[in-house]
Design a protein around this ligand. Structure first.
Ligand code: K1U
Ligand code: ZN
Length: 186
């Protein structure tokens, strides 16, 4: 009789949506890079790839530990994990670029960020590494590090824009819940 190899069970995680207050939680350092953290990183990659994002912070999946996954490659084959990341240097040169966020669906706006950064972080083997990042990778690292501090990119926008976004997303969430309730009742 043929018994197939057991496959690792993977599942996507729910992404918190702005203005969920849990997005403003400050993440705590990862105490140990162990099997739990490797499993969480794998689930976060699955969630990020499924949502067609280029990055995801643990905060966004309601885990308040300093863990980020990123893949800015076109081919989606350059996964990067940053555990307990710290920016050790940022360029004085800044650039205004368009950002989006999986926790703020459908909203894109300009944010000014350093064009290059150096970041130190542990990898999945618990090794300390230094990364020099430019372009989209530098932007994505800064965006995800903000999530770990409880900051969402809309907080760089004017209060007027931010309130409009909040109102739009609260309404969208209510409509989505009503639609789901109706679908369940059918
Ligand atoms: O943190 C997140 O929610 C992921 C976010 C990362 C990010 C995108 C753009 C600039 C900075 C950080 C996303 O992946 S949003 C969706 C997306 O794939 C995207 C949006 C705009 C430009 C490029 C990619
Ligand atoms: Zn984001």
């Amino acid at each position: 009789m043929f018994f197939p190899e057991p496959r690792p069970v993977m599942s996507s995680l729910a992404i918190l949506r702005y203005p969920d207050p849990r997005l403003h939680t400050v993440a705590q350092p990862v105490a140990a890079v162990d099997a739990r953290i490797r499993e969480l990183a794998a689930q976060m990659f699955e969630t990020m790839y499924e949502a067609k994002g280029i990055g995801l912070a643990a905060t966004q999946v309601n885990v308040h530990e300093r863990l980020i996954v990123i893949d800015v490659s076109e081919e989606r084959d350059q996964p990067m994990v940053l555990i307990n990341p710290e920016i050790t240097w940022a360029s004085d040169e800044k650039r205004l670029g368009e950002e989006g966020c999986l926790s703020v669906p459908g909203i894109y706006d300009g944010v000014e960020r350093a064009t290059s950064v150096k970041v130190q972080a542990l990898d999945l083997d618990g090794q300390l590494r230094t990364h020099q990042a430019e372009g989209m990778l530098a932007v994505c690292i800064q965006h995800e590090m903000d999530h770990l501090l409880g900051k969402v990119f809309v907080e760089y926008l004017s209060p007027l824009k931010r309130n409009r976004i909040k109102t739009k997303l609260v309404k969208q969430q209510r409509d989505d819940e009503r639609y789901a309730d109706k679908a369940r009742a059918r």
